[in-house]
Design a protein around this ligand. Structure first.
Ligand code: FES
Length: 238
């Protein structure tokens, strides 16, 4: 290849130096303009190009009609958001609590077992009836006048678990007790034992006609459950 003439090489080098110099100048001018805007703290609504002329593309669009008036704030939107979130949270909490209580509530069959209604007219005087309530036997005794008198004449201070007969009944003729021996939980037998009441054959506890422990290992009288007489001949246990 033939060598370039010296004049041509010089011309090419001179053009390259001119091009580089003008690009650096452009960059310097551009950054100087930007710095001067930032330093002055003023944002003009028009971008002033340091280069040739002005055109529509240089103009920043006018957003003033979308802006809030001077001094106004977004408080209403804030209140709305807080109120809405509060309402949603409250509804969620209410639903959770409702579901929890629904699960905790007794079912219909459990409620049915909680109370037992007994027709007292069907129980003759001097007879025992045993019913089942909450899985336990309940003794219902229609006591005679003689049995009531016998229960009342006992010296309370001589009893292992001192309790007057009148404190164990709501109506003297009706004795209602849990049929569970207070020793170890056997079911005593009615109209048996040394005191004319109930006898527990498991370990030999004797209860009198008021269901009070009189002899044997049982420490306490037969327990009295919750009951009521809503009508003359009606008994509700529970
Ligand atoms: S369980 Fe009744 S005497 Fe022991």
């Amino acid at each position: 290849m033939a060598p370039l003439p010296t004049a041509a090489v010089s011309r090419t080098l001179a053009q390259a130096v001119r091009r580089n110099t003008s690009q650096s100048a452009v960059r310097a001018l551009s950054s100087t303009a930007a710095r001067s805007v930032i330093a002055s703290g003023e944002a003009s609504d028009t971008y002033q190009s340091p280069f040739k002329g002005h055109s529509a593309a240089n103009k920043i669009p006018d957003f003033s009609k979308y802006m809030l008036p001077n001094g106004a704030s977004n408080q209403m939107i804030g209140y709305f958001m807080v109120g809405t979130l509060g309402a949603i949270s409250a509804a969620g909490a209410k639903s959770t609590v409702q579901e929890f209580l629904k699960n905790m509530a007794a079912s219909a069959d459990v409620l049915a077992m909680a109370k037992v209604e007994v027709d007292l007219a069907a129980i003759p005087e001097g007879k025992n009836v045993i019913i089942k309530w909450r899985g336990k036997p309940v003794f219902i005794r229609h006591r005679t006048a003689g049995e009531i008198e016998e229960a009342n004449k006992v010296n309370i201070s001589s009893l292992r678990d001192p309790q007057a007969d009148e404190d164990r009944v709501k109506k003297p003729e009706w004795l209602i007790m849990l049929g569970v021996c207070t020793h170890l939980g056997c079911v005593p037998i009615g109209e048996a034992g040394d005191y004319g009441g109930w006898f527990c054959p498991c370990h030999g506890s004797h209860y009198d006609i008021s269901g009070r422990i009189r002899k044997g290992p049982a420490p306490l009288n037969l327990e009295i459950p919750e009951y009521d007489f809503p009508e003359e001949d009606k008994l509700v246990i529970g």
